[in-house]
Design a protein around this ligand. Structure first.
Ligand code: FUB
Length: 353
């Protein structure tokens, strides 16, 4: 009898797991509310500075896209920081902390930023396209967490692609993780220099190791790389690099690093399969072994997140398009994140099913 009953139970479990990988049809019930409604803030990178939670995100605006570049619908022109004294408390939307016109080298597309703090200074790291249409990563500094920030005159030497995320290790060393394929241009850097002829089709190498994100330790003044960026190698359970055709697990964009119980957690978006995945390792440089899914697909094409500890609990900041139902107008949200006793992360479902 047990055997006969176990078959439908297995089938039901598989079907349920399948349902949880896509947003529900119709009018979904969202599990978490947008942090703010007066501005579209995406790609939320959260930090606790001096006891207050600050969220550094992209400021989405509704402007006609250029149609000559991938990702051109994302035309952001400034950064507006969010802050709150606790999760669930009132959220302040600060005035723009940095504007495109105040970044001497940048031409367009202020995409997903991040920030760090040391010795009374705040450092905002951000990608933007230069006048040649090449994504670079810049840094701007200020003496308040919400800005205003003053941009360095040039991008970080040797920087490229998008989505910088700065992690502070226990010894105070800071590492920048970055990169994004397709519109993020990482595929154009495989030779070590920018190659505009490398397009989307050059990513179709299903049986070869996937393009991997990058990491570099920051210099003491936090304005440059202290070393040439290295690949962050992502492995499967058997210790082999994730393959380009492994769309459910390979890196696309939105790198993030956090450390829990002495273990390094590298999390990222799988892009066209729309999950936030994670991998763990013993060093900030990796390699990292794929472990599972942090966040199942949200409403909207992009997914991007950060993970931070505040008030003794862990939080996942992410975005979706609940308020607009349009790909490029996104809202930041927050959910509690649980590390299980065995170190695995309990998957967050952004919908009530
Ligand atoms: O916000 C623009 C881009 O969309 C980000 O840089 C990516 O991570 C994706 O969220």
């Amino acid at each position: 009898m047990n055997a006969r009953r176990s078959v439908p139970a297995v089938v039901a479990a598989v079907l349920l797991a399948g349902c949880m990988t896509t947003p529900p049809a119709g009018s979904p019930t969202f599990r978490h509310a947008p942090l703010v409604r007066e501005a579209f803030i995406a790609d939320p990178s959260a930090h606790v500075f001096d006891g207050r939670i600050y969220v550094y995100g992209s400021h989405d605006v509704d402007e006609p896209p250029r149609d000559d570049e991938p990702g051109s619908a994302f035309v952001m022109r400034d950064y507006r920081v969010l802050s709150m004294d606790r999760i669930g408390g009132p959220v302040t939307v600060h005035p723009p902390g940095l504007r495109l016109e105040d970044v001497p080298w940048a031409d367009r597309q202020l995409w997903a930023p991040d920030a760090t703090y040391r010795d009374g200074r705040y450092y905002l790291y951000f990608p933007a396209k230069d006048r040649d249409g090449i994504f670079r990563i810049g840094v701007a500094t200020g003496d308040r967490p919400e800005g205003p920030f003053t941009a360095q005159p040039e991008p970080i030497p040797g920087s490229y692609s998008i989505d910088p995320a700065v992690f502070v290790d226990d010894d105070g060393a800071r590492y920048m993780y970055f990169g994004g394929i397709h519109g993020g241009q990482l595929q154009r850097w495989v030779s070590g220099t920018y190659d505009a002829s490398m397009g989307e089709t050059d990513l179709q190498q299903p049986d070869a190791p996937a393009l991997m994100p990058r990491v570099a330790r920051l210099s003491d003044d936090l304005l440059a790389f202290a070393e040439t960026p290295r690949e962050v190698v992502l492995l499967d359970d058997a210790g082999a690099p994730l393959l380009g055709g492994d769309l459910d697990r390979r890196f696309f964009e939105a790198a993030w690093m956090h450390k829990h119980d002495g273990r390094y957690y590298f999390s990222y978006s799988t892009g066209d399969t729309h999950t936030i995945a994670y991998a763990t390792g013993d060093s900030p440089y990796g390699p990292f072994t794929h472990r599972g899914v942090v966040l199942t697909p949200v409403q909207g094409w992009t997914t991007h997140h950060s993970i931070v500890e505040a008030d003794g609990r862990w939080w996942l900041f992410y975005h979706d398009t609940e308020l607009s139902d349009r790909t490029h107008l996104r809202s930041a949200k927050v959910a509690e994140l649980v590390h299980e006793a065995d170190g695995r992360i309990r998957t967050v479902d952004p919908f009530v099913r």
